[in-house]
Structure formats: structure tokens, C-alpha cells
Design a protein around this ligand. Structure first.
Ligand code: MP5
Length: 207
């Protein structure tokens, strides 16, 4: 089993995770401002916890996989600062409670913390791949949303996601069937949570 096979095997779940009216409405700047702000604030809160998850994956990773993860963690530090700047420019408060959907995603990452490395590597790749696909698939976005699309849809980010995929595939190749099945379960959980995250934002506004 490889990451590519996981996407092919669960095409519908992956499509629902990465194609959403929220993203199409960003592409042509029709997005409801409330919906966008909900996404922005909740995604910041998500990325804070995703950074902790990244540190945990680094803790479990084999030595040859560490450099890519360290690069990822450095980028996450910059991304958190970028989120704070975007929120400040829009006068948004980041010190709010996590929405139950965001909370579910965080609980999932806390569960994956306790799984073997192959499961962590697949979940980590899937989370990054989901945003890489989601922000690229609608095509060029209208300002100011192009900046958001570029963050996750840029060639540099795509390259990083490919490196994560290679590492996840390596981890899967050496894993017994039981762990591969755990990784597939984690992939499906990520797909479902991604879809819910977009829906959470849409439900906060009228797209
Ligand atoms: C990512 C994200 C990508 N920001 N939010 C969700 C709900 N899923 C995936 O992670 P990152 O850290 O922004 O690259």
C-alpha cells in the first residue's frame, strides 16, 4: 500500500475533503466574510496543535526522515506568525475557544500521537496533502484569497508534500498488515475531518 493507492482507493472521500463550496467561493471572492473569518481563526488554532503533532512525529521518526520534518516545523513557526498578522489586519481575536469540529481534529491528532510511526507519517502527509490539493484545485484565486491559495498551492509546498509522501511510503513499506490498516483508517479520518472543517466555516456564514 502506498499513499497514491490510498487516494485512488478512497477517491470519493478524498474529493469531499478537497473540493468544497468554501474554496470555490474563495476563488472568485464570493466567500462570506463571516465564514472566511471563522476558517481563519479556527485554522490558526488547528495549526498550533498541528505544530505539536509535527514535533511528536519528529520524536518518533527514523533519523533519515528528520530533516524534512525539521524543515516542516520551521515553516509552521513562520506560518503561525503569518496567521497572527492576517488576523490582526482583520481585527480578529485569536484567543477564542476551539469550535467542536476543530476540537475533534485535535483529539484525532492526540490519538495518532500514540500510534506507530507509519500511521503518524501517513496522517501527517494526508493533512498537508489535503490543503495542497484543496487550495490548488479551484484554479487561480481572486485577491485577497490568492495569497492563501499560494501558501498551500505553491510549487514549493507541493514539493514538501511529495517528500512527506516518499517518507510515508517508506514507513508503510516496512510495516505489518495491522499497521498498514491503521494507516488507512487514519487517512480516512483525515479526509472526513477536512470535509467537516470546511463545512464548519460555511455553517458560520452564507457562502
Ligand atoms: C492544514 C491546515 C495544513 N492548515 N488546516 C487543516 C484543517 N488541515 C490542514 O496544515 P499547515 O500546517 O497549514 O500546512
Amino acid at each position: 500500500m502506498t499513499c497514491e493507492e490510498l487516494i485512488a482507493l478512497h477517491e470519493a472521500a478524498w474529493r469531499d475533503a478537497t473540493r468544497h463550496p468554501f474554496l470555490d467561493a474563495c476563488a472568485d471572492a464570493r466567500i462570506d466574510v463571516e465564514a472566511f473569518h471563522t476558517w481563519l481563526v479556527q485554522d490558526y488554532l488547528f495549526v498550533v496543535e498541528f505544530t505539536r503533532f509535527a514535533a511528536r512525529v519528529l520524536n518518533t521518526a527514523p533519523v533519515p526522515h528528520m530533516a524534512v520534518l525539521i524543515g516542516g516545523i520551521t515553516a509552521l513557526g513562520d506560518e503561525l506568525a503569518w496567521f497572527r498578522a492576517k488576523a490582526a489586519a482583520r481585527s480578529l481575536t485569536l484567543g477564542v475557544a476551539r469550535h467542536p469540529t476543530c476540537d475533534r481534529y485535535v483529539s484525532f491528532m492526540e490519538q495518532v500521537f500514540r500510534e506507530p510511526y507509519a500511521v503518524q507519517a501517513v496522517a501527517f502527509w494526508a493533512i498537508e496533502k489535503a490543503y495542497n490539493d484543496a487550495w490548488r484545485l479551484p484554479g487561480p484565486m481572486t485577491p485577497p484569497y490568492d495569497e492563501f491559495a499560494d501558501r498551500w498551492g505553491s510549487p514549493g509546498f507541493t514539493e514538501y508534500v511529495e517528500l512527506l509522501e516518499t517518507q510515508a511510503d517508506e514507513a508503510l513499506a516496512g510495516a505489518p498488515a495491522e499497521i498498514r490498516s491503521g494507516a488507512e483508517g487514519a487517512f480516512l479520518e483525515v479526509a472526513g475531518l477536512e470535509r467537516m472543517f470546511w463545512q464548519m466555516a460555511v455553517d458560520a456564514g452564507i457562502v
